[in-house]
Design a protein around this ligand. Structure first.
Ligand code: AHR
Length: 644
């Protein structure tokens, strides 16, 4: 079982791009004179296909959650990011110029949020208000006739026990005029305030900001200021609708979370400490992430699980295993015990009944029903741990988890000695050429040991999102994954998301790009969606002869219907003629889905989101054989209604 991780990334510390390979060569190729012959013997099944073969991997990177899937509009809402006063919050001064805005580290609304924004006003009136402004994540993406839920914590001292009328407005940057406003009296000790703001017939746009303004003199403290748009399935504290729809379009069988490097953190103190990400938002202290920005943890453990629930995907829960990226580790033994206990508690929070300690916490957090978790991954990329402590750390987690949850499948992040993991997670970041050369990677791999999870892979071409050359690399690689789907139980592309606004990206390429308003799928997104959407449960025997270079295929069949799904990848510029021979053709018309581009550099973008999308056409297969030409630079799915 090999575990290969080729690191090609923007170093989060240095902000540098490291070793991104060149694009595929453009050399012209000539189609072979005779058609290649592909014979599919549906009568002869080689093995079954893992039902969880295609899924998703996620972590907080490229503003995936804050500024992305977690649709909070207020940036730095809990005032925990460094440089908060210049970058995210600014003072709205009046003519008197006597107001002051500072960070107050002596008071906050909870034990978790212990600092706040302090606004001191010496002179203000209805015509000369004073307040604060939040610029949002690259503006506030607002839509017409939409209701936004506002919440904030405030403490106010006007003198004489009076209340402040505090006005909350969404304001257009260009006109300076509010597009939605509401006012509430605030005052006294820390308390949560909730309002709604409804826009009218405004144009859809991102050139808006938030203002909170007061007309009284005195002192006002603010924290955890939130403006939330409508969410997918109307889930409170839920997810951005278009991004959930994009993921649903990939037919994911599972979601691996919370990372990735985000699980490990740069330092042990900055790991994904799940207990600090649950419960009311005001009790979540937030934390620094390794991808150079602070995480609000609004999308915490419960939200990850609800995300799985909304997509009908299994949870592949990664637990922190005592290693962080700056070579900090916890030695196996008693020092590691608290981390093992944290993992056991985490599994109980996700899967325990409400009668268990942590299941009861989950019920208190609003979800009495346990979630289903079948796989638990212990750590992330522990081959980077130079202390070589993973063998011992893995065994300690493994033994404790198996003792309490014997049916859980445990995933090691690199091969280990001393215990045979149920599954090993392999990562591949390669050029398209390297993937073309490696599609047979698992063909001869040992079937007697651990199963394989290809937990991260990507063809490293295209920015911010994968281009068509990358889609060819990814699709070619997936033909090998399908052919070996007896050994490979799961696979996921990484990273999934990127906010394409300036400064939003820490790693490229990514699968799905977005700004505040819209999103798009890369060509790889469509290739992966096709592969997952047209998948049988058996791999029949097949042989290909006479094909040109850079031509790849895989075939699966659905036992219950006899439907045959053939994937073809032509990564050369020349067309490929093919004679497809199917032993049990039904004669019914099938369909062809083609993803094609003129060059490898062709791509989709926020400005041109549907440049490359699958095109569907009927596919008649009257007899047992079909002559088919696949154009150069094409990825195809052919669906044949077969006989049972
Ligand atoms: O996918 C980006 C990063 O690549 C992941 O966080 C890490 O696991 C890998 O090195």
């Amino acid at each position: 079982m090999s575990s290969i991780a080729v690191r090609r990334k923007i170093c989060p510390l240095l902000g540098l791009f490291l070793a991104v390979p060149a694009a595929i060569g453009q050399s012209a190729q000539i189609a072979p004179a005779k058609p290649a012959v592909l014979e599919i013997q549906t009568e002869k099944t080689l093995h079954s296909v893992s039902p969880t073969l295609y899924g998703l991997m996620t972590e907080e990177i490229n503003y995936s959650y804050d500024g992305g899937l977690y649709p909070e509009l207020v940036r730095n809402r809990a005032l925990r990011d460094e440089g908060w006063e210049q970058q995210d919050w600014t003072l709205l001064q009046n003519k008197e110029a006597g107001a002051e805005m500072v960070m107050d580290k002596t008071t906050g609304p909870s034990a978790a949020l212990t600092n706040s924004l302090k606004l001191t006003i010496k002179a203000a009136s209805a015509t000369e208000p004073v307040g604060v402004r939040n610029k949002g994540f690259w503006g506030y993406a607002l839509k017409p006739n939409t209701t936004y839920s506002v919440s904030f914590y405030a403490k106010g001292d006007v003198g004489g026990g009076q209340m402040w009328p505090l006005k909350v407005s969404l304001v257009n940057d260009k006109t300076g005029k509010p597009v939605a406003t509401a006012t509430t009296p605030v005052g006294g000790d820390w308390k949560q305030y909730q309002l709604t703001l409804k826009t009218g017939a405004i144009p859809t746009g991102t050139d808006n900001h938030l203002e909170l303004t007061a007309i009284s003199t005195g002192t006002l403290w603010l924290d955890l200021v939130s403006v939330f748009p409508p969410t997918y399935k109307d889930r409170p504290n839920g997810f951005r609708i278009d991004l959930m729809e994009k993921m649903a379009g990939m037919h994911p069988a599972f979601l691996r979370f919370p990372g990735g490097n985000y699980l490990e953190g740069d330092h042990i103190a900055e790991r994904y400490d799940w207990k600090k990400t649950i419960g009311p938002l005001v009790d979540r202290p937030t934390h620094p992430s390794p991808w150079s920005y602070h995480s609000s943890d609004g999308l915490g453990l419960l939200e990850f699980l609800e995300w799985c629930e909304d997509l009908h995907a299994n949870a592949v829960l990664a637990v922190y295993a005592g290693y962080s990226m700056r070579q900090e580790h916890v030695d196996p033994g008693t020092a590691l015990d608290p981390y093992v206990q944290d993992a056991l508690d985490e599994i109980e929070y996700a899967t325990g009944g409400p009668e268990t300690k942590w299941g009861a916490e989950r019920a208190k957090d609003g979800h009495p029903a346990p979630f289903t978790v079948s796989y638990v991954e212990i750590g992330n990329e522990d081959f980077f741990d130079r202390s070589k402590s993973y063998d011992g750390r893995f065994k300690q987690f493994h033994d404790a988890i198996k003792a309490k949850y014997p049916s859980l499948q445990l995933i090691a992040t690199t091969p280990v000695t001393g215990v045979v993991p149920d599954v090993v997670d392999d990562h591949y970041y390669k050029s398209a050429e390297e993937f073309f050369d490696d599609t047979h990677h698992y063909d001869k791999a040992d079937r007697g040991g651990s199963k394989i999870f290809v937990g991260e892979y990507a063809t490293m071409e295209g920015s911010p999102t994968a281009d068509f050359g990358a889609a060819l690399g990814d699709a070619a690689w997936l033909t090998g994954i399908e052919r070996n789907s007896d050994l490979i139980v799961m696979s996921a592309y990484a990273p999934m998301f990127v906010n394409v606004n300036p400064g939003g990206m820490q790693w490229h390429p990514d699968l799905i790009g977005y700004d505040g308003l819209t999103s798009y799928g890369s060509p790889s997104y469509y290739a992966l969606s096709l592969f997952a959407g047209y998948l049988g449960d058996q791999v029949p025997d097949s042989t290909l002869t006479g094909a040109g270079p850079r031509f790849f295929y895989s075939v699966t069949r659905q036992q219950s219907t006899g439907m045959v799904y053939l994937k073809l990848v032509n990564a050369s510029p020349a067309p490929q003629d093919l004679e497809i021979k199917l032993d049990k053709a039904s004669g019914a018309v099938g369909k062809l889905l083609r993803l094609h581009a003129e060059t490898q550099a062709d791509t989709n973008s926020i400005a041109n989101p549907k440049h490359i999308v699958p095109v569907e056409s009927p596919l008649p297969l009257a007899g047992p054989s079909l002559h088919h030409t696949i154009p150069g630079f094409s990825i195809e799915v052919l669906e044949f209604p077969g006989k049972k």
